[in-house]
Write a protein that binds this ligand. Structure first.
Ligand code: NDP
Length: 339
C-alpha cells in the first residue's frame, strides 16, 4: 500500500496569498504578514519544506506570547560606524531584514566590511534568503542567529544551545551565488517536527531522550535534547553563534529565549547578526574566476554538488510547474484562517 499523501499543486502567487491571508486574518499587519509570506513562499519554492507553509502556524502561535507584536514597525539606526542596527520591536525577523538589508549593502560598499545587528525579533525563518540577497549584490555574506535551548553541548545531557544556524553567501559571475545555510544541530528542529507529524522515526545521531539515551522517537527527541552535528565541532559552532548573535550584539542566548517562553510557544526571541564584505575592496580582481576554478574542481568529482545547487534546481522547477502542497497542510491552513 502506498503511503503517499494527497497533494495539490499551487503556483507561487497562490502560496503567498494563502500565507498572507492566514497571517492577516490572525492579526498580523500587512507589512509584517507580507515579509513573512515572502519568506514562506521562497522556502516552498526552493523545496525547504520545514520553513514553508508548515511554518505559518508557528508564526500565528507565536502571538500567544504576550510580548509578540504582529503590528510592530521595525526601526533602523544608522550612524557613522560600520554597524547598522534594526530594532524589530518584538515583531518578526523577515520584516526587520527588509528594513535593514539595504542599509547594510550601502555600508559594506562604503567601508569594505559592515555588520547588521537585528534586535528584539522572533526568528523562525531560514537564513539563506538574506545571504543570497547580499551575495546577489556582489557581497560576501554571513548570517547567524540563536534559537531556543534545544541542543546539548558535546558530551552533555541537557539542552543549552540553540539549533543556531549560520549561513554564508559568495557571489558568482553570471550565476546565482554560492550559498550554504546549516543548523549547528545534526538536524533542524523543524525536520524532527515533520517526522513527528508524519509518524516517522528520526535517523540515528539526531537526538537523545530526557534521560540522555540515544533515541529515534521524535516525541522523545523533542522532550530530550538535539545533538550537535559532528560532535564537539558542531557544538563549537553552536557556541560561536551564541557569542555572536547573543553576547556580541546584546541579545538573548538561546537559553534566555527558552526561559522567557513561559507559554511554551517555541518561537525563539532574540537577535540576528549579519556580516557583509565587499570583495572589490580586498585588492584581488580575480576572486570570481578563482572561486569558479575551485567550484569546477569540486564538481569534477563524481557524487559531489555545490551547496545551494539543489535549491536553485528546485526553484526553476517550482517557477515552471508550481509546488505540490500536502492536502493535509492546506486543510490545516484553511482551519487557522479566520473569515
Ligand atoms: P541541511 O542539512 O538540509 O542543509 C545544509 C546545507 O548543506 C544547505 O546549504 C544544503 O544546500 C547543503 N547541502 C546539503 N547536502 C549537500 C551536499 N551533498 N553537498 C553540498 N552541499 C549540501 O540544513 P539544516 O537541516 O542544517 O538547516 C535547515 C534550515 O533550518 C536552514 O535553512 C536554517 O537556517 C534553518 N534553521 C533556522 C533556525 C531559526 O531559529 N531561525 C534554527 C535552525 C535552523 P541545499 O539547500 O542546496 O540542499
Amino acid at each position: 500500500m502506498s503511503n503517499e499523501q494527497p497533494t495539490t499543486c499551487l503556483n507561487l502567487d497562490e502560496i503567498h496569498h494563502l500565507a498572507l491571508t492566514a497571517l492577516e486574518s490572525n492579526g498580523f499587519a500587512r507589512a509584517q504578514a507580507n515579509s513573512i509570506a515572502s519568506s514562506v513562499t521562497a522556502a516552498e519554492r526552493d523545496g525547504c519544506t520545514s520553513h514553508g507553509l508548515f511554518r505559518v502556524s508557528f508564526y500565528i502561535n507565536a502571538l500567544q506570547n504576550p510580548s509578540a507584536d504582529a503590528n510592530a514597525v521595525p526601526s533602523l539606526q544608522v550612524d557613522d560606524s560600520t554597524v547598522v542596527h534594526v530594532d524589530g520591536k518584538n515583531g518578526f525577523c523577515p520584516q526587520a531584514l527588509d528594513v535593514g538589508l539595504p542599509a547594510l549593502v550601502k555600508k559594506a560598499r562604503m567601508h569594505g566590511t559592515a555588520a547588521l545587528a537585528i534586535h528584539n525579533v522572533y526568528n523562525i525563518a531560514a537564513l539563506w534568503p538574506e545571504v543570497e540577497c547580499l551575495a546577489r549584490q556582489g557581497l560576501v555574506a554571513f548570517a547567524f542567529t540563536t534559537s531556543n535551548a534545544y541542543v546539548t553541548p558535546a558530551g552533555g545531557t541537557r539542552p543549552l544551545f540553540g539549533t543556531n544556524p549560520m549561513a554564508f553567501g559568495f557571489p558568482r559571475e553570471a550565476m546565482p551565488p554560492l550559498v550554504f545555510d546549516q543548523a549547528s544541530s545534526a538536524s533542524a528542529r523543524g525536520e524532527i517536527q515533520l517526522h513527528q507529524r508524519d509518524g516517522q522515526p528520526i535517523p540515528d545521531g539526531w537526538a537523545i531522550d530526557d534521560q540522555g539515551r540515544p533515541t529515534n522517537d521524535p516525541d522523545a527527541a523533542l522532550a530530550g535534547a538535539q545533538l550537535p552535528f559532528g560532535g564537539h565541532k558542531g557544538a563549537s559552532i553552536a557556541l560561536m553563534v551564541e557569542l555572536l548573535a547573543g553576547a556580541l550584539i546584546g541579545e538573548n542566548f538561546s537559553v534566555d529565549s527558552s526561559n522567557q517562553d513561559t507559554h511554551k510557544v517555541g518561537a525563539p526571541f532574540g537577535g540576528e547578526l549579519l556580516l557583509a564584505i565587499d570583495p572589490s575592496k580586498f585588492g584581488s580582481t580575480a576572486y570570481l574566476q578563482r572561486a569558479e576554478l575551485l567550484f569546477s574542481q569540486v564538481l569534477d568529482m563524481p557524487g559531489t554538488r555545490l551547496p545551494s545547487q539543489r535549491r536553485y534546481e528546485q526553484r526553476e522547477k517550482s517557477v515552471a510547474q508550481g509546488v505540490e502542497i500536502p492536502a493535509r497542510l492546506l486543510a490545516e491552513l484553511a482551519k487557522m484562517t479566520k473569515s
